[in-house]
Design a protein around this ligand. Structure first.
Ligand SMILES: Cc1cc2nc3c(=O)[nH]c(=O)nc-3n(C[C@H](O)[C@H](O)[C@H](O)COP(=O)(O)O)c2cc1C
Length: 180
């Protein structure tokens, strides 16, 4: 699957088969995240793969999507390393979660290409996630990502182009900013 196919066919997955993610697929997906570009090539990300049932159960209690987390055969938690990021974007916003977001997108597209479903969850209790995974100060969970084979085949009932995306005219312009 080429990258545009993966972009078009990615759909956030809500239900997973219980069969485990084959280790080689997991490796491929994590390798894609590792290759993501980052500011000054600082690579301020860490990924913890949670497959242990008890740990997943505790992680599930830290999120409003607990069922999804508990049922997925694996959960990848992506962290940002705050101390590695010395600058901000244009001086107005902290950059440290952004590099991690790029890596997570790589990860999700690679997972799609491997026939795996994922979903990026941000509604979690940071303190609880930190406690379950023994995360030190200065490291922040950015994404909790259940991963597994989708329960409904490829997980995509509706093609992404037709499902609630803004039209090109609403989001793309040339030469100047037209939306006032
Ligand atoms: C940064 C980010 C955070 C998200 N957080 C959540 C979340 O906390 N819970 C959830 O169910 N889905 C989450 N999602 C999935 C989005 O809700 C989903 O991608 C969006 O609704 C588009 O869905 P569609 O591709 O099915 O149209 C998140 C996606 C992104 C990119």
């Amino acid at each position: 699957m080429d990258v545009l196919d993966a972009i078009r066919s990615y759909r956030p997955c809500a239900q997973f088969q219980s069969r485990p993610v084959p280790p080689e697929k997991l490796k491929t997906v994590l390798a894609a995240a590792r290759l993501a570009p980052s500011q000054h090539n600082l690579q301020p990300w860490r990924f913890v793969v949670v497959q242990d049932d008890e740990r997943k159960r505790l992680l599930a209690q830290a999120s409003n999507r607990g069922k999804m987390i508990a049922e997925a055969p694996a959960v990848i938690v992506a962290f940002s390393v705050e101390e590695d990021i010395p600058v901000t974007i244009g001086g107005y916003i902290s950059a440290y979660p952004l590099d991690v977001a790029v890596a997570v997108d790589h990860l999700q597209l690679a997972a799609t290409a491997e026939g795996l479903g994922t979903r990026w969850l941000i509604e979690f209790n940071e303190d609880k996630v930190r406690s379950v995974l023994h995360v030190p100060e200065g490291i922040h969970p950015i994404a909790v990502i259940p991963i597994g084979f989708p329960a409904n085949g490829n997980g995509s009932a509706v093609p992404v182009d037709e499902d609630g995306r803004k039209s090109p005219d609403e989001i793309i312009a040339y030469d100047e900013y037209p939306w006032h």
